[in-house]
Design a binder for this molecule. Structure first.
Ligand SMILES: NC(=O)c1ccc[n+]([C@@H]2O[C@H](COP(=O)([O-])OP(=O)(O)OC[C@H]3O[C@@H](n4cnc5c(N)ncnc54)[C@H](OP(=O)(O)O)[C@@H]3O)[C@@H](O)[C@H]2O)c1
Length: 267
């Protein structure tokens, strides 16, 4: 816990994966408003065109005009070259010495939810899912913490975008639930090992994004299809902006227990 200014995240370098759309784009927009001039934002995803649009929007915003540097990096976080490119872009985004480095591990995939756990007998298929959804966030976090080591006056924050699926099993979602649970545990260990790093696993709630379209249309389990179909039909999905506002409040207040899993519905 720190005695941070509750209105600002300081002069920060913020790295956001999966910033091209959905929740990651909302996080990028909100962070741009909460950092002070001289800050840098690094937006990573695979689709260059969508990323460029977000970068241009933020560069033209009040924060951009006030001196926020926005770098976009077309990178697959599941590949070593992608992680290397993100670290290079983060170093390029540093205009001056920052007092806060923040990484938001948001990029993820739902995986093939059209099948049940017993159908996954191919090691390469499961490994490939876990590589993108677990190893990438772990290795990117390690690389960021190594590239920006502890020094007096530097705050370091790592956010893991988690899910209810990290703590609750959903039939036909074995890949996704396993990945989210593993990520949460890795970040809990990190919080114990690195007491100077603020670590948060944030579960953003059911969001009205492309991932939800897959969830309600492709899930093998009829109960899950109905659950998400009903939430959509009844207007119960949360907007990325509303969930993101709660995440920003948590980050500004900075009073969560490092390593904790915090659900949007607990706030
Ligand atoms: N939607 C929900 O209801 C919900 C609920 C709980 C938790 N979450 C979590 O919230 C986070 C955001 O989800 P969302 O709903 O916004 O998902 P989304 O709409 O599918 O967006 C996923 C983002 O991740 C990026 N991405 C995917 N694979 C990537 C890769 N290999 N390399 C780099 N970037 C990659 C995508 O960009 P490109 O395709 O351009 O690469 C996109 O920007 C995820 O961690 C998700 O698990 C979502």
């Amino acid at each position: 816990m720190s005695s941070a200014d509750p209105a600002s995240l300081g002069r920060a370098l913020c790295i956001i994966t999966g910033a091209s759309r959905g929740f990651g784009r909302a996080v990028a927009r909100e962070l741009s408003r909460l950092v002070t001039p001289g800050s840098g934002l690094v937006l990573a995803a695979r689709s260059g065109e969508d990323l460029r649009a977000v970068r241009e929007e933020l560069a033209a915003s009040e924060a951009g005009r006030a001196g926020l540097r926005v770098e976009s990096v077309v990178a697959d976080v599941g590949r070593t070259e992608g992680l290397e490119a993100i670290i290079r872009a983060a170093k390029d985004a540093l205009i001056e010495q920052v007092d806060h480095v923040m990484l938001v591990n948001n990029a993820a995939s739902l995986g093939d939810v059209s099948r049940f756990a017993v159908s996954f007998n191919d090691l390469a298929e499961v490994d490939s899912y876990l590589s993108l959804n677990v190893s990438s966030a772990w290795c990117l976090t390690a690389r960021v913490l190594q590239a920006f080591p502890q020094r007096p006056g530097l705050r370091r924050t790592v956010v893991n975008i988690s899910s209810l699926c990290a703590i609750k099993p959903f039939p036909s979602w074995a890949l996704y639930c396993t990945g989210k649970a593993a990520r949460d545990m890795m970040f809990q260990v990190l919080a114990l090992e690195e007491p100077d790093v603020r670590v948060l696993s944030y579960s953003p709630g059911p969001l009205d994004t492309a991932m939800q379209v897959e969830a309600r249309s492709r899930s093998a389990d009829p109960g899950i299809r109905k659950l998400f179909g009903d939430q959509f039909a009844e207007g119960k999905l949360m907007s990325c902006e509303a969930s993101c506002a709660k995440l920003m409040k948590l980050l500004l207040e900075d009073s969560y227990t490092s390593g904790a899993h915090v659900d949007v519905y607990d706030l």
